[in-house]
Ligand binder design. Structure first.
Ligand SMILES: *Cc1c(COP(=O)(O)O)cnc(C)c1O
Length: 393
């Protein structure tokens, strides 16, 4: 073997006796075959196998299997973002002439996808009011092929009665999917409640450090997994194993992180509600309209809640935000840092609600010391409500 050849052929070393607790990052475009026959028959390889880097390496398979276990599923696919995961579910189910139902509280880019991508291609869509439960029946059309859910809903946190909706959908042969990003499968397992596609943005709690984008969809039905994988192959969607490795690292601490931020968020929301800073939206609060459903179906709450800003506080919002010491101003969530994002929902909502006209603060509780967060929020709301009593930090 000449030097140029030796430079490109890595020596095979004996790995026996080596064991690490971390998952190796297997990068690949090309996957080579041991003989001519296995190359010729590569097309018949199982979807769990390996044929091209785009379709996954062992690094991806480990995360898929880990999510499948947490979801009580059969298979999981990984997508480049949460939004891509939602789009691929829709595209794997819907054909021209079909119809999809989405909640008014859907992650807003979902509404954009329906309006600007599906509709011009002849796929119908309509919006149902959140918390509708069995009332979904009135919104189902003959063409409806998919009912999408998000619970709690984006920003306003309404809970859906998932078993009621999936029961009706199943009876009519309609598929269902849910965006389970807020709860993750640690707090709610959609597949146990009759949902066909359980989707989450791994960008949030599983990644956990605000430094990656990824989504997943878990299913029980292998035929649905095949439809998802076919759609991904056609669109050329794959992900880099390096980002997968970061999720594999993040997910190791996810249970501890969520338990912590859920506890702190519950304490903080209870205090904010008692203080009367504005309507506090968080399903773990007994006052929340979705509380009974949350208690019935979920095993806990995560660290994201919203506060509807009193109108009289709106002029002081910028000053209050600029005074924050530990909370950062930003969207997305699920990382180690606490965040506040003022949201305006008016443009993404179909159904009238007095809240649509209001500024809503979405709060993500991070891993800072809870007392620092409490003090930061106390000053923030003092400024907002103009109760500038000299509170010392
Ligand atoms: C962030 C988020 C998404 C989208 O995830 P990306 O990875 O940012 O595309 C979808 N749904 C919910 C509820 C989210 O919070």
């Amino acid at each position: 073997m000449r030097d140029a050849t030796a430079s490109v052929h890595h020596p095979v070393i004996d790995e026996s006796g080596y064991a690490s607790l971390s998952v190796p990052t297997h990068r690949a475009s090309t996957i080579v075959f041991p003989d001519a026959e296995s190359y010729a028959t590569r097309g018949s390889r199982d979807l769990d196998g390996f044929s091209y880097g785009l379709h996954g390496t062992p690094t991806q398979r480990v995360l898929e299997a880990q999510l499948t276990q947490l979801e009580n599923g059969q298979r999981t696919v990984l997508l480049p973002s949460g939004q891509a995961a939602i789009a691929v579910v829709f595209l794997s189910v819907l054909m021209p002439g079909d119809h999809v139902l989405v909640p008014d509280t859907a992650y807003p880019p979902v509404i954009g996808f329906c309006r600007n991508y599906l509709e011009p291609r002849g796929i119908g869509w309509s919006v149902y009011p959140p918390g509708i439960a069995a009332g979904i029946d009135d919104h189902i059309r003959a063409q409806t092929k998919l009912i999408w859910m998000e619970s709690p809903g984006s920003t306003t946190m309404e809970m859906e009665d998932v078993p009621a909706i999936t029961g009706i959908a199943r009876a009519k042969g309609i598929l269902t999917g849910i965006d389970n990003t807020w709860a993750t499968p640690l707090l709610f397992k959609p597949l146990d409640h009759g949902v066909d596609f359980s989707m989450q943005a791994l960008t949030k709690y599983p990644g956990g450090h605000s430094d990656l984008l990824m989504g997943s969809v878990s299913v029980l039905d292998l035929a649905l997994r095949k439809r998802l994988r076919d759609t991904m192959r056609m669109l050329g969607l794959g992900i880099a194993p390096d980002a997968v490795q970061l999720v594999l690292r993040g997910i190791e601490t996810m249970a501890i992180r969520i338990a912590h931020v859920g506890k702190v968020a519950h304490e903080i929301t209870t205090k904010l509600e008692a203080r009367g800073v504005g309507e506090v939206l968080y399903p773990a609060l007994a006052s929340s309209p979705g509380h009974a459903i949350w208690k019935r179906d979920f095993s806990g709450a995560s660290g994201v809640f919203s506060v509807v800003l009193p109108r009289r506080a709106e002029p002081r919002l910028d000053a209050a935000l600029n005074g924050l010491r530990y909370f950062s101003i930003g969207a997305s969530w699920g990382g180690t840092r606490s965040l506040i994002a003022p949201m305006s929902i008016k443009l993404s909502r179909t159904f009238e609600h007095t809240r649509n006209e209001r500024v809503i603060l979405r709060v993500n509780i991070g891993l800072e010391h809870p007392d620092d967060l409490r003090e930061d929020l106390a000053i923030f709301f003092d400024t907002l409500l103009n109760e500038a009593v000299a509170r010392t930090a």
